[in-house]
Design a protein around this ligand. Structure first.
Ligand SMILES: [Zn+2]
Length: 450
């Protein structure tokens, strides 16, 4: 009975994401439909002679409603086949032009399909002039549209969780340098410059961490962190600076102890910390970060990449929680701003509202005050994390659980401060500033981090 129930549960979880997809829409008289990725396997080949990278992906997906399947990929498609026959891939805009997607230009009945797709990868990589080495990474951002996995490989949107197996190969020069991979997937070294990475099935488009570099180009240290659940968590800290590795190692241990004490055991099988540049970006059990932003990025492995946002209207919670932590877990008797629309944007929006860092954090301080008799906001965040670890959530789900946990209604507060249904204008224009934790880097700056 127990086994049966568990099986039913995992099936429900697998299809849960698609029910939170934005509304399907019409494109030139045809129906464009969001689909459910089941698994994806990609072979990424670096050709050192031609200085060209290609990815060949096989995507198993499910069509739920009849129509032309939507997914995303920003790089150039070389060829695509659907269940063995060539198929056209076209770019389409969301109905309100909030964002764009790729669409398989063929109407499909509900059912299971296989799409194979070959694309070039040109973003965030650098071949050396002699053809002996290549450096590449999946650098991401949640503040600019279409900056997740779609920059490199085909992917579904954040609402969908799917397992990805990625093979990394290098060809074109028998005397090429030895390379190494830093990743939050399970890495297998098959042979010289031949790797396989298995990313788990709870990952979404924003979870993946992948950095290919030349062996020994970074200072690094590896150690095991003993989690409060008794498990040993392997940690790798790397940087081009030895003192950064040393400082980040000390800080990582301190912050992990802080976060485990408040939110429970580390929610990922491992941790990779790349200390580089200013600001940072969070992944599931990995971060590219400055020393300054390290604590901020690590809490994101609980909120952002442990409990994951379903879409752009859900991302404010992660930044609000992380910034509230950075500000010292404050208490506020009332929000200090008039209203906001942090979670009131187009349903097609894929980026986080920057007001989350200031006004969102302030709203969390207000919730902390409201929950003071139930152990404060941290007790609720631990509870919500326990319920939703490795799952995607919406603002509505957060509010509902908050209400059932506290026995209070927060409808008025969410309508005014989060959804922005009150007509009041935001009174805190200064609150929308560049966040020191997620500084936007130029393409050149990102290349320098390779
Ligand atoms: Zn953040």
């Amino acid at each position: 009975m127990k086994v049966f129930l568990l099986t039913m549960l995992s099936i429900n979880l697998a299809v849960a994401g698609i029910s939170f997809a934005p509304k399907n829409f019409e494109v030139k008289g045809s129906q464009a439909v969001f689909v459910d990725f089941i698994t994806m396997e990609s072979v990424v080949t670096y050709d050192l002679k031609e200085k060209e990278t290609t990815a060949e992906s096989t995507i198993h997906f499910k069509v739920i409603k009849k129509g032309k399947p939507l997914f995303d990929l920003k790089e150039k498609v070389i060829r695509a086949t659907l269940t063995g026959s060539p198929v056209k891939i076209v770019e389409v805009d969301s109905p309100d032009r909030e964002t764009s997607y790729m669409m398989v230009d063929q109407t499909l009945e509900p059912g299971d399909y296989t799409l194979t797709l070959t694309n070039l990868i040109e973003a965030n990589q650098r071949y050396d002039w002699y053809g002996k080495s290549v450096r590449a990474a999946f650098w991401m951002s949640d503040l600019t549209d279409r900056k997740y996995l779609e920059q490199y490989l085909p992917t579904n949107l954040e609402f969908d969780q799917f397992a990805l197996t990625m093979h990394v190969k290098m060809v074109g020069n028998a005397k090429m340098d030895l390379h190494e991979v830093y990743t939050n997937g399970q890495l297998t070294v098959n042979g010289k410059n031949d790797f396989t990475i298995e990313f788990p099935e709870y990952f979404t488009a924003s979870s993946f961490y992948y950095h290919l570099s030349v062996q020994n180009s970074f200072e690094k240290t590896s150690f095991n962190f003993k989690s409060i659940n008794g498990k040993q968590v392997p940690v790798v800290v790397y940087s081009s600076s030895t003192s950064n590795v040393r400082s980040a190692t000390t800080k990582t241990k301190k912050v992990l102890a802080e976060l485990e004490g408040k939110l429970g055991a580390w929610p990922h099988p491992s941790l990779v910390v790349y200390v580089a540049g200013s600001g940072g970006m969070e992944h599931s059990g990995a971060t590219r970060t400055s020393l300054y932003a390290l604590g901020h990025e690590l809490i994101h492995s609980y909120y952002a990449r442990g409990v994951m946002p379903m879409d752009g209207n859900s991302g404010w919670m992660d930044e609000a929680i992380a910034s509230w932590r950075d500000d010292g877990y404050q208490v506020a008797q009332r929000p200090s701003f008039g209203s906001s629309t942090m979670s009131g944007h187009s349903p097609y929006r894929r980026t986080t509202d920057r007001k989350a860092y200031s006004q969102g954090a302030n709203f969390m301080a207000y919730l902390n005050y409201q929950l003071s008799e139930q152990g404060g906001l941290i007790a609720f965040l631990k509870h919500f994390h326990d319920l939703n670890s490795h799952k995607s959530v919406t603002t509505k789900m957060f509010k509902q659980e908050l209400e059932s946990y506290s026995g209070m209604s927060f409808t008025r507060e969410f309508d005014r401060y989060i959804y922005g249904q009150k007509k009041e204008q935001s009174t805190d224009k200064a609150g929308v500033k560049e966040n020191p934790y997620h500084v936007e880097l130029s393409e050149k700056e990102l290349e320098n981090l390779l």
